[in-house]
Design a protein around this ligand. Sequence first.
Ligand code: UTP
Length: 273
Amino acid sequence: MVRKAIIPAAGYGTRTLPITKVLPKEMLPICGRPALDFIVEEAIKSGIEQILIVVSRSKNMILDYYDRSVELETYLEEKDKTHLLKEIALPNVHFQYVRQSYARGLGDAVLLGKQFVGNEPFAVLLPDEIILANEKQPLKQLIDIFTKHQGNIIGVKKLDQDQLKNYGVIKPELIKNKEYIIKDIVEKPQKSPPSDLAVIGRYIFDPIIFNYLENVKPGVGGEIQLTDAIKEMAKAYKSYGLEIDGTCFDIAKMSEYVELINYICGPRGKQQQ
Ligand code: UTP
């Protein structure tokens, strides 16, 4: 059973400046809701009971968002606007927070969850990749495969060649339709990517990953890369790739951010139907 999830949200969001100087990328609005809330919803619908959000100095807004505002509740009651109380109801999940003092990289952010995780398998969800699933929640798709294989499971998607240099890319061995054994993984391959299957921000890990994260050296961009820890771990522990069924939007890319908003609440968006 996978009950715990880590959501790293301590990065500087340099690709989305200048707005991310004051507004965390994870809080970018999507039809009135912060991006992070879509990820929290995905986690809860996939059976997650406890979430650790990795934050930094400038991310207190995230803690405030998932806290009660008694003042606002009282105001809505006094002004006869109680129908709006449901808009600020808190999600049914237990939140914890840890601060990353310096953005050393995604691997370092995940390592900060070691105590929270303890000795059980856990999920990692990146809040800047929003995946709208057709039927089953993306994380639930991974959890179901985890139940079957009991190994590490990494969500992947097929990308065009020119995109692969921006992602971790796996060297896969096909097991069956959309399921792979990870033979190797390369962070941001600048040439000759090992396949067209890119890592897209959904993972299930055995806590053994922490042993590897503790030993990994700074990699691409001088950052502690989660991909480098996965690479070493996959040599000793079976790790699987699963092609996630759903439409992915990287909100750090303006075109995909706009596309997502249109998809959900544009003139022909799902919320308008
Ligand atoms: P990204 O690399 O997409 O986010 O990391 P970033 O570093 O904030 O953005 P750019 O690249 O400068 O534009 C994916 C997720 O991991 C978190 C980020 O907050 C983001 O949600 N992260 C990244 C951390 O929590 N700590 C880090 O050291 C790096």
